[in-house]
Write a protein that binds this ligand. Structure first.
Ligand code: RFL
Ligand code: PHB
Length: 390
């Protein structure tokens, strides 16, 4: 098979890029290791910045999001006792975020692929990249007992943190920046009404907790747990008890309990790989960078990457211009690093670090106290939370 851009990975980055290219008449094929059901079964992001909302709307795929998504004009930080409101709409001149799950974004992109002539090959095993340092790169993969080959002008590595694309770049070219945090997030999804109409990020002396949601009837909560914690140690009851302590007396008392639809532990990491392009290979999304989920930036960074990358490919194929592809890595990384800084800073402010002791806790509480009293501090948080301009 021959196409313009061969895309590895059918997460949000790969599917959005594929659609944006097909919308402009550029050839694109996506190869995905997992089945479509497996991809939809992963419970991940919940908060969309305007950049993600805009891409879905530009693709004409925003209807369900408009009907079912929940626009949020603010969120809360909590210090164990009180709730501090960050009124993002008022502080940023009207910006909002959209609460609409990554699963739903992926489903909308997946469902539209066939109609829009975007080929997505699921269950493609042993995907391998070849000749990426030439202008005729190609992919190979195994499916149904046969080897398949896709020739392309470019390869887009949208294959997440563990995929093969980043690893195909020679060690001598790439540089990695990384911080692994000494804790993870234990998440629970349950069909119960949320305890609050806006999200709450709480720093309690027992550790961090987050109250989020997917709809008026489906809640998503997280608590910070040690890295070696076992999910079996957390019965639903124990988790609900802990959430009601960490979210503080006001919100905690409003929690409705219910059985878990999903419960899992995810480690937290900050990670950036530079550059995001090597010859004919371009990285986008988690393949190039990871943020800890505090601040909800991961999916939204995947969106800004593919916004830049699709524009660059369009001007290459339609106008034979190379400046977009030449500056892609630098342009994308400038936005990536700002989101890395915000996610790291909010993670540092809101979690208990094992080595920090009582002094560290007091520093956090006094910073939260300062934020509660300073419009300038709240504005800085709000403008990062809604997403910096492209
Ligand atoms: P994905 O979603 O990981 O998709 C990559 C795809 O590549 C496939 N793949 C391969 N395909 C072919 N061959 C191979 N060898 C392959 N290896 C891998 C994978 O199967 C997969 O389908 O990356 P992408 O598209 O870059 O999207 C990134 C986002 O998924 C991620 O950043 C967010 O989920 C992060 N995140 C959040 N982001 C937000 O913007 N807002 C949030 O509220 C938010 N909450 C979260 C999150 C991530 C979390 N976890 C579990 C890490 C909450 C959590 C708990
Ligand atoms: C979620 O709803 O899954 C979610 C929301 C906000 C975050 C991270 C995750 O910062």
């Amino acid at each position: 098979m021959k196409t313009d851009v061969a895309i590895i990975g059918a997460g949000p980055a790969g599917l959005m890029l594929g659609h944006l290219l097909r919308q402009q008449g550029i050839g694109a094929v996506v190869v995905e290791r997992q089945s479509a059901d497996y991809v939809l079964g992963r419970i991940r992001a919940g908060v969309l910045e305007q950049v993600t909302v805009d891409i879905l709307n530009e693709l004409g795929l925003g209807n369900r999001m408009k009907q079912e998504g929940l626009p949020h004009e603010g969120f809360f930080l909590a210090d164990g006792e009180r709730l501090i409101h960050i009124d993002i709409a008022e502080l940023t001149g009207g910006s909002k975020v959209m609460v609409y799950g990554q699963t739903e974004v992926t489903r909308d992109l997946m469902d539209a692929a066939k109609d829009r002539d975007l080929e997505v090959v699921y269950e493609a095993k042993d995907v391998a990249l070849h000749e990426i340092d030439t202008e005729r790169p190609y992919l190979t993969y195994q499916k149904d007992g046969q080897e398949h080959r896709i020739d392309a002008r470019f390869i887009a590595g949208c294959d997440g943190f563990h995929g093969p694309s980043r690893k195909a770049i020679p060690d001598s070219v790439g540089k990695t920046f990384e911080r692994v945090y000494p804790f993870g997030w234990l998440g629970i999804l349950s069909d119960v009404p949320p305890c609050n109409d806006e999200l709450i990020y709480a720093n309690h002396s027992n550790g961090f907790a987050l109250a989020s949601m997917r709809s008026q009837t489906r809640s998503r909560y997280y608590i910070q747990v040690p890295l070696d914690e076992k999910i079996e140690n957390w019965s639903d009851d124990r988790l609900w008890d802990e959430l009601s302590i960490r979210l503080g007396p006001e919100a905690g008392s409003r929690i409705t309990r219910g059985p878990a639809l999903e419960k899992s532990i995810a480690p937290l990491r900050s990670f950036v790989f530079e550059p995001m392009r090597y010859k004919s290979l371009f990285l986008a999304g988690d393949a190039a960078h990871i943020v800890p989920p505090t601040g909800a930036k991961g999916l939204n960074l995947a969106s800004s990457d593919v916004a830049y990358l699709s524009r660059a490919f369009v001007s290459f194929f339609q106008d034979s211009k190379t400046d977009g592809i030449d500056t892609y890595s630098q342009t994308a990384l400038a936005r990536v690093w700002k989101s890395e800084r915000f996610s790291w800073s909010l993670t540092s402010l809101m979690h208990r670090f094992p080595d920090d002791g009582e002094f560290g806790r007091r520093m956090q509480v006094s910073e939260l106290d300062y934020i509660a009293s300073s419009r300038a501090a709240q504005t800085a948080i709000a403008e990062n939370y809604v997403g910096l301009p492209l």
